[in-house]
Design a protein around this ligand. Structure first.
Ligand code: ATP
Ligand code: MG
Length: 203
């Protein structure tokens, strides 16, 4: 058994995918709809451990990261197993955290994200699930994109187009608050996903 496999085995979730325990060498840094993400202490890597019903995604996400390894906007992948992948730890803020904390997202950041997604498209991929918690601005001001598991799906993802529109039509305007409370942001995300914000419909 390799070290990452052993670390993955220290993590237990209950039937509702609530975290029950994890080993001392791991520090929880995030949770998504399909996984818990832990920083491996004293390293610059994270291990993303998928919930049991999403374990099969590990293999798919690893295969896609492999296609992106020459592009600096995506983390390096080190290992993958039955229910986990190991990638670079990204020190910075997701775009969601930027808005929640009032860290300015500049037009240059937006251009770079666009470029990073274009490079993935050039690899024959279809960037999908491009939401604010999957894009980071690092502490050095660089862009990193994570959570690439759905990049081989056929369906067109309009989320990034919508965010760009909202960025131009709202965020860049002087009147628009540059810092929005997390609870309010989650409320907007909820309404967006339900498809009930006019001109930002997903379906
Ligand atoms: N490499 C990383 N470095 C730092 N934090 C990370 C890293 N990977 C993930 N995270 C944190 O963990 C969260 C969940 O990770 P991820 O998006 O990979 O999970 P997911 O279950 O696939 O998400 P989703 O709900 O978008 O499908 C991220 O939004 C981010 O806050
Ligand atoms: Mg995610």
């Amino acid at each position: 058994m390799n070290i990452y496999q052993a670390l993955a085995r220290t993590v237990a979730v209950d039937r509702k995918n609530r975290l029950i325990r994890h080993g001392n060498s791991l520090k929880l840094v995030g949770k998504g709809r399909s996984a818990f993400v832990f920083r491996i202490k004293s390293s610059n890597k994270v291990i993303k451990i998928f919930f049991p019903e999403f374990a099969h995604i590990a293999k798919e996400e690893m295969a896609i990261y492999r296609l992106l390894q020459n592009i600096p906007y995506y983390p390096t992948i080190y290992d993958a197993g039955a229910n986990y992948i190991v990638i670079d730890y990204i020190e910075g803020l997701t775009l969601f955290e930027c808005v929640a904390k009032g860290k300015i997202i500049t037009p240059l950041h937006m251009k770079e994200i666009d470029y990073a997604l274009e490079l993935a498209t050039e690899q024959g991929l279809n960037p999908s699930d491009i939401h604010l918690r999957n894009i980071f601005i690092t502490k050095d001001g660089d862009i990193k994109i994570i959570d690439v598991a759905r990049y081989r799906q056929q369906k067109t993802c309009v989320q990034w187009q919508h965010f760009k529109r909202a960025y131009e039509q709202l965020y860049r305007k002087q009147f628009f608050p540059k810092k929005i409370a997390t609870s309010y942001l989650n409320g907007i995300a909820f309404l967006y996903k339900k498809g009930i914000i006019p001109t930002y419909r997903t379906n």
